[in-house]
Design a protein. Structure first.
Length: 565
């Protein structure tokens, strides 16, 4: 038979039996903490008898079966003003206490029914969502902040801690009950904790530090490796459903969490613990394949972590913030397939901050892998210009760069100089790869995605693709719409020259005089053997043999045999 629905309202009388039962439960836990055996201790047996008598003769948990009030019946702040709110909190604490005690030998009769969890989490959902009023503009925010600070945060913290303090065999079944919605509650509590822990103007409630620690520990418990796979799957499914199956949104929200934590006043007691738990959780989530965004991690997470890295270098905040931010950055940059992520890190100053970290005792060995990763990413104009601009804005004469870092800076400057130098010269050499091009004077070019042929339009690209055209040599997808911009193509040419020069210098340094030099008598100095090859990348020099009838493109890349133009 379906139980009648009870409507919560103001001025519900307090339940003395509920308060007596909670006191007895707390007495039993206190006795156990002193090392006594509950079934042998006289006082413990008396308290257990009181609990059983109340459960048999009364209905102490009736308050939990009331439906949480709607805003038109009782506002959120009105609920916390009503003395009966304490019975709701005490009732939930009694439920978690009874469930915990029932795991002890010979005390299983203290727990009879899991259906009470549905009511528990319905009330928890209500208490942890302060923005319930139908007309938020009419809400007195100072009033709401007062009740969050003095009543909601301490109450929810005590309840969440008591839940995750349950034995795994007791806590895990709660997560597995679909009608309870426990997993979804913990996920939402974690994702949207700023609305509960922060005041209307973004400051922190004094009592919210402990609550945030409990929330972070709760999520880590839900995803812990010792949980069965079914439990972990339910938690991840709830996490994805909360963000409309968009894993990238999870990491955007995490970035917001980092921003909030940085904006708060440093706490000497709990800040390090909160940061440690936060970093552990984010690292755990980044290792889960199901939560890895298909389009790559959002760039906002990199910007937020870089802000944390920079803040950690300021004496006011602890170095542990900088170190934890660097660890997460390394993880995200290594696991991401999106080149824009490391480019974003470069543009927002990761290199100088890492160089500062490397000056600390033992810092060089710690940050070197990330510095190597950054140096290896300087392969696009955007990354190079971002690196150069950041370094120009944050020049630190007092900072002694290592030899490797100076090499990175020098390489960046050389590549940028080449790009700027050849930007105008290369544009004069661009020509359409289709011999019958109707626009021979057009200079706005695009390249095939393979990076070997330029076209003035998609029509010329499609015509040149034909049976005897570019498709014979193209090593990429046969779709003709794929294209590089001419700007990107010219950059590939510039980088090719850098590599040619670098390889040649490396050969000279290794073999020295064994490599013959070719004299350029007209210039009056020795011209390296690689000169002819590098010249062919960039210009048509009349001093070099030029075969008649070749297009400028063929003079640069050579004529492909068997290819109809």
């Amino acid at each position: 038979m379906r139980e009648p629905q009870l409507k919560y309202h103001a001025r519900i009388p307090r339940d003395a039996n509920l308060q007596r039962m909670l006191q007895a439960i707390q007495n039993v836990f206190a006795i156990e903490e002193n090392g006594s055996t509950l079934t042998l201790h006289t006082r413990a047996k008396a308290d257990i008898a009181i609990i059983l008598a109340i459960l048999r003769r009364h209905d102490p948990l009736r308050i939990l079966r009331y439906e949480p009030p709607s805003p038109d019946v009782l506002s959120y702040t009105g609920f916390w003003r009503d003395p009966a709110y304490a019975d709701v909190v005490d009732g939930i604490m009694c439920v978690t206490g009874l469930r915990s005690l029932s795991d002890r030998p010979n005390l299983a009769n203290l727990w009879t029914d899991d259906s009470i969890w549905t009511h528990v989490f319905k009330w928890l959902e209500y208490m942890s969502t302060p923005n319930r009023e139908s007309a938020p503009a009419a809400v007195d925010l100072a009033d709401r902040d007062f009740f969050l600070h003095h009543f909601a945060c301490p109450s929810i913290d005590a309840i969440v801690f008591s839940l995750i303090d349950l034995a795994t065999d007791s806590f895990e079944p709660i997560l597995l009950l679909p009608e309870v919605g426990a997993a979804g509650f913990f996920i939402r509590l974690w994702l949207y904790w700023p609305g509960l822990c922060l005041t209307a103007d973004g400051a922190e409630h004094e009592n919210s530090g402990k609550l945030l620690i409990s929330i972070l520990e709760a999520i880590q418990t839900c995803l812990a490796p010792y949980m069965v796979e079914a439990t972990r799957e339910i938690v991840m499914r709830n996490m994805l459903s909360t963000v409309a199956n968009r894993p990238d949104r999870i990491f955007r929200i995490i970035a917001g969490h980092i921003d909030h934590l940085l904006a708060l006043t440093p706490r000497s007691a709990s800040e390090q613990e909160i940061w440690s738990l936060h970093v552990q959780l984010v690292s755990m989530l980044a290792d889960l394949p199901a939560l890895r965004p298909k389009g790559g991690y959002p760039r906002r997470i990199v910007r937020s972590l870089l802000a944390a890295l920079h803040a950690g270098l300021v004496p006011l905040r602890g170095a542990y913030i900088a170190e934890s931010a660097r660890n997460l950055l390394q993880k995200f940059l290594e696991s991401s397939t999106d080149a824009h992520l490391v480019t974003t890190a470069i543009r927002h100053g990761i290199f100088p901050d890492l160089c500062i970290m490397s000056t600390a005792p033992g810092g060089e060995a710690v940050v070197r892998p990330t510095l190597v990763l950054v140096a290896g990413a300087l392969t696009t104009p955007t990354a190079l210009r971002g690196f150069h601009n950041t370094l120009s804005m944050r020049r630190m004469p007092q900072l002694q760069y290592t030899r490797q870092d100076n090499d990175t800076i020098l390489s960046c400057d050389q590549r940028l100089a080449l790009i700027d130098k050849w930007k105008t010269e290369w544009s004069a050499l661009q020509t359409c790869g289709r011999r019958e091009c109707p626009n021979p004077d057009r200079t706005d070019m695009r390249a095939c995605i393979c990076g070997e042929v330029l076209y003035c339009s998609i029509e010329c690209q499609r015509e040149h693709w034909g049976d005897t055209g570019h498709q014979l040599t193209c090593n990429r997808n046969p779709e003709v719409h794929g294209a590089l911009s001419a700007k990107a193509f010219s950059f590939l040419v510039a980088i090719a020259r850098v590599n040619l020069e670098g390889v040649y210098k490396d050969i000279i340094s290794r073999f020295g005089d064994t490599v013959p030099e070719e004299h350029n008598w007209s210039a009056g100095h020795i011209r390296p053997r690689y000169w002819h090859l590098s010249q062919s990348w960039f210009k048509t020099d009349t001093a070099l043999p030029v075969e008649e009838g070749l297009t400028p493109r063929e003079r640069i890349f050579g004529k492909l045999e068997g290819l109809s133009q």
